[in-house]
Design a protein around this ligand. Sequence first.
Ligand code: PEP
Length: 252
Amino acid sequence: MPRKTFVAGNWKMHKTTAESVALARELRQLLAQVRDRVQIAVAPPFTSLHPVAQALEGSNLEVAGQTCHFEVQGAFTGEVSAPMVREAGARHVILGHSERRQFFGETDETVNKRVHAALKAGLLPIVCVGETLQEREGNRTLEVVSRQVKGALAGIGADVGKTFTLAYEPVWAIGTGKTATSRQAQEVHAHVRSLLKELWGAAADEVRIQYGGSVKPDNAAELLSQPDIDGALVGGASLKAADFAAIVKAKG
Ligand code: PEP
C-alpha cells in the first residue's frame, strides 16, 4: 500500500495565541479539499496548542506538540509532559528536533525516553534526525543518522513502530534557505528505511519519513517525488498559510 503523504508545520516559538488561531482558521479553509490525499499537522507553541486544537476540531488538520518531557509530572520548571500535550488536543509530538538537541541538551537517550513517554500517553511521535554541516563534510552523515535512529527507537517494537514518523532534517538546511538536493535527501531516506527494516522488518514499509530543511513551495514537488520521501516537516514556510498550503498540495 502506498504511504500517505504527511506534511507537518513546525511553528517553533512563533505566533501568539490570537495569531495561531487566525493561522489555523486560514489553513482549515485553504486545505479542506485535500482531506483524503494528504495527512496534515501543525505544531504551535504550547500556549496555543489547545486553542488551535479547538479551532481545527472536525477538520482534516491535526495538531502536534513540539516536544514533551519524559516524566508524567514533577519538579521540572518550564517543561510539559506527554499526557498534558495529549490532553491539550495534540495527536502527534515532534521529538529530538535539532534545535532541542542543540540548545536544550537533548540526547539520543533522552529523546528515546520522550518517545516512550509519548507512546504511553497516546501521542504519535515524529522523530527528527540529521547531521550537522561538519558531520556531512566529514563523510559521517549515515553514521550519525544511524546512531540517532537506533538511539531514539531503542526498545520500540514493529507493531508500534509502524505508527511512527521519522523526519530527516539535515541541520545545515534548517532555517538557512539551503535545501538538500532531492538526491542527497533520498540517499539518507533510503538509509533510514534500511535501518528501520533491520529493526522492524516489513513494518518499515509503512513508516513515513519526512524531509525537513528549508522546504518551500518551489522545491516541495521535487523532494516529494522521491521514492522514500513521504512528506515534509516545514519550519519557516509553515508560518504563511499560502506557502504551507502550496507545500501540502505540491505532490499533485
Ligand atoms: C524545522 O525546523 O523543522 C525546519 C525544517 O525548518 P525550516 O523549514 O525553516 O528549515
